[in-house]
Design a protein around this ligand. Structure first.
Ligand code: VGL
Ligand code: ZN
Length: 225
């Protein structure tokens, strides 16, 4: 499996008001101790909090997303009487089933309290349609239903998005790809993202797909303000 910091290829960048930081799904259920824990998720909270403060202070746009599922969501293994991480291939669902997670209104669905939510210009919720998942912050997994984020960012004059958070191989991956397809320059901040690693090829598959869609990669230390 590729170590994600080894793929950095963007070089340095100076952040302006035409940039946006997309902080993906930094919710308790994805942090160790939650129901769908992503290894190392706790270690990126402070670095992301610092980025949110800096992007905000320099006139860039900060958007946080929340995975936001109704009880009995079709992406949950329990809905099918199956085990978490079992494979599934259904329109809008898969390639694996998940433990129950980010159920609307629960503690597990709330943003980590050490993230400065007061620096968010907007919070986008996704995954609320009972039988369709939404790995992307832009489009549900039917690849048709928009969240509205693309219009929000373009109306604010955003040209480039920096994507970080959880999980690298799912919601960060699909948000970066759909952002690039929507016409934004898309860059993933690799040291501020962690992967689920299920199925075993998910990280390498995500890198291949992102590279095919002109998504690039940087480290937070490559950004200046
Ligand atoms: C995610 C699995 C299920 C993510 C969300 O945020 O990457 N992964 N739901
Ligand atoms: Zn989910």
């Amino acid at each position: 499996m590729t170590q994600i910091h080894t793929i950095n290829n963007y070089g340095t960048a100076t952040i302006t008001r035409h940039d946006a930081l997309l902080v993906i799904d930094m919710q308790y259920d994805f942090i160790p101790g939650g129901s769908l824990p992503v290894a190392g998720g706790d270690t990126i909270v402070k670095p992301i909090a610092h980025l949110m403060e800096q992007f905000f202070a320099h006139g860039a746009t900060v958007v946080c997303t929340q995975d936001w599922h109704p009880k009995g969501h079709r992406s949950f293994a329990s809905t099918h009487g199956k085990n978490p991480y079992d494979p599934i291939h259904e329109p809008g669902i898969g390639p694996v089933l998940w433990p129950d997670h980010c159920v609307i209104g629960t503690k597990g669905a709330s943003l980590h309290e050490e993230l400065p939510a007061h620096f968010c210009h907007a919070i986008v919720r996704k995954g609320y349609t009972i039988n369709i998942d939404s790995y992307s912050a832009f489009l549900e997994n039917d690849k048709k239903t928009a969240t509205g984020l693309s219009g929000y960012l373009s109306n604010r004059g955003i040209k480039r998005i920096f994507v970080c958070g959880l999980a690298f191989d799912y919601c960060v991956h699909f948000s970066a790809v759909d952002g690039a397809r929507a016409g934004f320059e898309a860059v993933v901040i690799t040291d501020c993202s962690k992967a689920v690693n299920s199925p075993a090829t998910s990280v390498d598959d995500a890198i291949t797909d992102m590279e095919a869609h002109n998504v690039r990669f940087c480290a937070s230390a490559d950004l200046s303000f």
